[in-house]
Design a protein around this ligand. Structure first.
Ligand SMILES: [Zn+2]
Length: 472
């Protein structure tokens, strides 16, 4: 830390002190929303009921369950389904349009109702029980993403019941195949694009309200994904004449592949991109003492901060560089036969500023072996970066702070891929945010055992979507 500050000293001591003094929070205080008329328990009951329908999209889909879900959701939110125009896209994605009477660009609220499987996970009870106990709704999909879907619908149902008309059209886009990288979101993007509609803003799943994740900042942080990393599946293969395992040759197909895999343990270079710099700037203003002095100089300290973040945690590391994980290995089919072909798959998450091609080029350089063939199985670069200097982001921040008044709203880069990337092709205001305050343990249960959502968070989530729509 001291060395970092010394490096910042190049700016001169006096200007450095001025910089730290001016480095203060810029967010105005939030105006708390009145949630007195939001019935969290009733919403939790409806969420529980939807959790009981196991809409698993991986493997062979049970279409009857998906159909039942669509039926039931319409029954649970009758005013919404009566007042909004419904289209069913593809295999069962729902696109609902709430007319405003104005032709200004619309707000799109996204969620998905398919869930990931539960096999091989150690659940404490039935993942599809929808049990409500201890102030928590339990079950697969409670957070990802039926929780957000219910919060959106609860807000709309209440506003429609009140006779409210939004100032711009609001589209609800509920996918049925997000977890298997399906086409539902693309179809919704296409449907709107064909009608000449470009969204004013899009809100999809992503960051949440968390605490204790940023050095020196104790209070809650609402992390809003304004971009997401790219994704690349790269196959590495080696070949060899093979033969009997009793008479091996050195550096056969498997050994050669293993050497390449080990070389790939060398990480991609760490770099602090503009989004992470904006995050450090926003959050650093909330920090105290030495961390704050350090963050005040972030623009001068990019390389040093990148390496600090890289070492801080797995998440921190993923924020500052392209990551590579070899996830699949394959050799010979029998234990006594030399492999004629060995194969590995590397799953690569591409940092902002890099591309599929630059990632492949680097793998080739690092492996440094013409005997290892590379093949791109699938790949797409990082998403464009959404704006944070516009009215849409300001409204989003206000809506967040109306239900989380103590939270600091910050942009960040999502390290996982989401459906929102399709919208990023047509809108410069795509925000990945789940309006729930979650503990580290609750977040860790996403895609894992014992997924659960606090009823209190669900209630605040409803308040968030309501404030967002009312504020349009
Ligand atoms: Zn999800």
């Amino acid at each position: 830390m001291r060395r970092l500050l010394a490096a910042a000293g190049v700016a001169g001591v006096a200007s450095s002190v001025r910089r730290v003094r001016r480095f203060r929070p810029t967010d105005p205080a939030g105006e708390p929303a009145d949630l007195g008329d939001v019935d969290g328990d009733a919403a939790a009951e409806r969420l529980a009921e939807l959790i009981r329908l196991p809409t698993i999209s991986a493997g062979r889909r049970d279409e009857a369950v998906f159909a039942r879900f669509r039926e039931r959701v319409a029954e649970l939110y009758p005013r919404t389904f009566a007042a909004l125009e419904l289209e069913v896209l593809g295999t069962g994605a729902l696109l609902l349009r709430w007319r405003s009477g104005s032709d200004t660009p619309p707000l799109v609220l996204m969620a998905h109702y398919d869930v990931v499987p539960v096999e091989g996970q150690d659940w404490h009870d039935d993942p599809f029980s929808g049990r409500i106990a201890g102030g928590l709704v339990h079950g697969r999909g409670a957070i990802d993403d039926k929780g957000a879907l219910v919060a959106v619908l609860e807000a709309v149902e209440q506003l429609v019941g009140r006779g409210f008309t939004p100032a711009r059209d609001v589209y609800l886009s509920f996918g049925d195949d997000e977890e298997v990288f399906g086409t539902a979101a693309q179809r919704a993007v296409q449907a709107l694009t064909e009608r000449g509609i470009r969204p004013w803003a899009v809100v999809d799943e992503g960051g949440a309200v968390v605490s204790g994740v940023f050095p020196g900042v104790a209070g809650p942080i609402a992390v809003v994904g304004v971009a997401e990393k790219g994704m690349l599946d790269l196959e590495l293969t080696t070949e060899d004449p093979g033969g009997h395992a009793a008479t091996p040759t050195p550096m056969g197909a498997t050994a050669r592949l293993a050497r390449a895999v080990l070389r790939l343990e060398k990480p991609f270079p760490a770099r602090l991109d503009d989004v992470v710099l904006a995050m450090v700037d926003t959050l650093g203003r909330q920090a105290h003492g030495l961390p704050r002095a350090l963050f005040a100089h972030a623009p001068l300290l990019r390389p040093a901060l990148a390496s600090v973040l890289a070492r801080s945690s797995r998440q921190g590391n993923a924020l500052v560089r392209t990551t590579l994980a070899v996830t699949q290995l394959q050799g010979s089919a029998a234990s006594n036969v030399l492999a004629t072909r060995a194969r590995a798959t590397a799953n690569i998450r591409i940092a902002l500023g890099e591309t599929v091609q630059s990632s492949v080029d680097r793998v080739r350089r690092v492996v440094d072996d013409p005997g290892v063939a590379l093949r791109v199985l699938s790949g797409s670069g990082p998403s464009p970066v959404s704006r944070t200097d516009n009215a849409a982001f300001a409204l989003l921040s206000r809506a967040i702070r109306s239900v989380y008044p103590a939270a600091t709203v910050t942009p960040y880069v999502m390290v996982q891929a989401s459906d929102a990337r399709h919208w990023a092709q047509v809108s410069d205001s795509v925000y990945r945010f789940m309006p729930f305050d979650l503990t580290a343990a609750e977040l860790a249960a996403l895609h894992a055992a014992d997924e659960r959502l606090p009823v209190a968070a669900l209630r605040r989530g409803i308040g968030f979507y309501r404030a967002l729509i009312e504020g349009l």
